[in-house]
Design a protein around this ligand. Structure first.
Ligand SMILES: C=CC1=C(C)c2cc3[nH]c(cc4nc(cc5[nH]c(cc1n2)c(C)c5CCC(=O)O)C(CCC(=O)O)=C4C)c(C)c3C=C
Ligand SMILES: [Fe+2]
Ligand SMILES: [Fe+2]
Length: 363
């Protein structure tokens, strides 16, 4: 077995610090073919579907990948932009804005990139680019504020798997979650306040998170608790009492029980319980994507209105907005502490040698 060395290495290459943000990933196109490829990669991940492998392989290939790709492709077509998938576009935008901020401070000593857990740009290809650029220290920030093995854990697995084939590993920091990070809470609060100032506030604020199977909670996944923690802190910051907000879980997949209360069932029931106007925000989605644009703002809006609701307002995700970038920048900065972002000692020594030689030549 040969471990892979960095390609194109030379001693004059400056050491750099890499900042890698990641998100879930998205199909390459809103077509059945592209969705089959994407869903196969995604749903084959044992972190995502905890089911006996052989049996799951049969169900996935025999049933799910025959039916779901065309259905999902139709849903993706509703949200697709001329330039591509919203999730990809927002993530690229977030990366660009963070790069501007961090390079203004550190110049090209820092390299900022993004990767997707499934699909492209893949974690493997981006880690390869970073190593080639001379990254010897690496911070990874998956844009999942609440930790779940199925998302943050799986992202760690993909990075670790990449590292197992590399000869030269970087110093490495992994930001596994930030559900209570003050500037993340503040960014959401400002965003919701600004929305409500412009459009007025509904009677209730629904905070809807992507669900996971309930058995993951019972097996020790902290995701459920972290979602409730984010909601509690956000509601406290907004000055909302228990009757003015609610935490729910969306995007069920398969037949088993998922985290409750379910967003769709809650929205169907609210009008008959006397709540006719709601605002919906999704704190766990760093960027708008299929699950917010189509599932919340189309599908769930219809459920609520058809059940007798009078006003449904969807508040967009934080995307690449200023307060969000502020929060992410601060989170990254804190995780760079203790690292010299800039010339390392060996590089500084080489630089001194070069200067000494140049000065000698001048004399
Ligand atoms: C934000 C955190 C997410 C968790 C937790 C999560 C768990 C999870 N998801 C599935 C199955 C699917 N999710 C799909 C889309 C999707 N999921 C997230 C985020 C989380 N998933 C995002 C951001 C997206 C949107 C991606 C986009 O391209 O816009 C899909 C694909 C769409 C579809 O076919 O419906 C599936 C499938 C499981 C099983 C799971 C928990 C274990
Ligand atoms: Fe999902
Ligand atoms: Fe969905």
């Amino acid at each position: 077995m040969h471990y892979q060395g960095p390609s194109g290495f030379h001693h004059q290459q400056p050491d750099r610090t890499g900042v890698l943000i990641t998100n879930l990933g998205t199909p390459d196109a809103p077509t059945t073919k592209a969705l089959r490829r994407y869903l196969r990669e995604f749903l084959s991940d044992p972190r995502v579907v905890e089911f006996p492998r052989m049996l799951w392989w049969l169900i996935l290939n025999g049933v799910i990948l025959r039916i779901r790709p065309s259905r999902s492709a139709a849903a993706y077509r509703k949200v697709w932009k001329p330039e591509g998938s919203p999730l990809l576009l927002h993530t690229a935008d977030q990366c660009e804005k963070l790069r501007e901020r961090l390079q203004a401070r550190y110049g090209d000593k820092v390299v900022v990139a993004f990767a997707m857990r499934y699909g492209s740009p893949s974690i493997n290809s981006v880690l390869e680019d970073l190593q080639r650029a001379g990254v010897r220290k690496l911070v990874v920030l998956p844009l999942y504020p609440q930790y779940s093995g199925s998302t943050s854990g799986s992202t760690f697995d993909a990075i670790a798997a990449d590292f197992t084939r590399r000869r030269w590993l970087p110093d490495f920091r992994f930001i596994s979650h930030y559900p209570d990070y003050p500037s993340y809470i503040e960014a959401m609060a400002k965003h919701i306040e600004a929305f409500r100032k412009e459009h007025g506030a509904g009677e209730k604020l629904i905070l809807s998170y992507h669900g996971v199977p309930k058995k993951y909670l019972l097996r020790g996944d902290p995701y459920h608790c972290e979602c409730f923690k984010t909601s509690r802190l956000l509601a406290a910051r907004l000055g909302l009492n228990e009757d003015q907000y609610m935490t729910t879980f969306q995007s069920r997949f398969g037949r088993e029980e998922w985290l409750q209360p379910y967003t769709d069932e809650t929205l169907k029931a609210l009008p008959s319980e006397g709540t006719k106007s709601i605002d919906v925000f999704c704190p766990g989605f760093s960027a708008d994507c299929l699950e917010t644009i189509e599932e919340i703002n189309e599908e769930n809006r219809d459920y609520f209105m058809e059940a007798g609701g009078e006003q449904f307002q969807y508040i967009s995700a934080l995307n690449a907005e200023e307060p969000h970038i502020d929060a992410l920048e601060q989170l990254i900065e804190e995780n760079l502490k203790g690292w010299t972002v800039g010339p390392t000692s060996s590089e500084a020594l080489m630089e001194r040698d070069r200067r000494a030689k140049a000065m000698g030549a001048e004399r």
